[in-house]
Design a protein around this ligand. Structure first.
Ligand code: SF4
Length: 265
């Protein structure tokens, strides 16, 4: 029988912002979108081939970005190392990326193994995947951190490379199935944080059946250094990060519609 392999570009331990409690965040390679503000450009690549790993389970790509190949059991063992912290803090594992659903066969296996062993599972997702992929991991997932970026479809295509129709219809279906979704909004200056877009996002969330809360993600200028290491330029010109006052304003806007809102640092 062929053993399933998964491709990871980072594992962050003791993460405090990727779900409840203390978490281990696993960053998976590959994403079908190409957001111009992507904070993890090292994830935006094709999955490696078996030949890339001829000399071991890691391969070095693009100036010291390491991709590691894992079996379901080897990744589970990495996650399980911090079990005591999950138990004490109500934490667990968060699968992030890239887009974890891009490797759904592997993801389903490792998420099921975590759940069988009492490790709570959070999925970060762009929602840009066939709904069948979401269904396959639904049972093993305690919480989805689901991105909502831009409601206007033409602007969504322009800045992420794809239509948002699948993302919005998957979100409607997922929030109609159960109460597992937190909405995540990346606040990109001038692109996603405009009054128009934020109000359209609020209207859309109001039309959903179950939403646990909203996480606002201020723009992170630090990703610029990753682009430099990849010999690329951050495709955003002259970005001015939001002031604390503007972030409070946005938070209050969501509060005024009675959402449980969290402004992440
Ligand atoms: S969905 Fe996330 S990982 Fe994918 S391109 Fe957009 S920001 Fe990057």
């Amino acid at each position: 029988m062929i053993e399933l392999k998964g491709y990871i570009f980072d594992i962050k331990r003791f993460a405090l912002h990727d779900g409840p409690g203390i978490r281990t965040t696993v960053f998976m390679v590959g994403c079908p979108l190409s957001c111009i503000w992507c904070h993890n450009p090292e994830s935006l690549r094709e999955l490696p081939t078996e030949n890339s790993f001829a000399a071991g389970n890691s391969c070095n790509v693009d100036n010291n970005f390491i991709i590691t190949e894992h079996s379901i059991t080897s990744l589970y063992k990495e996650i399980q190392k911090d079990f005591v912290f999950y138990e004490e803090s109500g934490g667990g594992v968060t699968f992030s990326g890239g887009e974890p659903l891009n490797q759904v066969d592997f993801l389903e296996g490792v998420a099921a193994l975590c759940r069988y062993n009492d490790i709570p599972v959070v999925m970060d997702t762009s929602g840009y995947a066939p709904y069948e992929s979401i269904e396959r991991i639904y049972e093993w997932t305690d919480q989805f951190n689901y991105d909502l970026k831009i409601i206007d479809d033409e602007l969504h295509k322009k800045f992420t490379g794809a239509s948002n129709s699948t993302i919005l219809s998957n979100l409607k279906r997922l929030t109609g199935t159960g109460d597992k979704v937190r909405i995540r909004i990346p606040l990109i200056p001038g692109l996603t944080d405009t009054e128009k877009n934020l109000n359209e996002i609020i209207d859309f969330i109001m039309s959903l059946k179950h939403v646990k809360g909203v996480d606002l993600l201020p723009f992170n200028i630090l990703s610029e250094s990753k682009y430099k290491r990849l010999n690329k330029t951050l495709p955003l010109d002259n970005v001015t990060v939001q002031t604390d006052e503007r972030l409070d304003e946005i938070k209050n806007l969501f509060h005024s519609f009675n959402f449980e809102v969290n402004l992440r640092g």
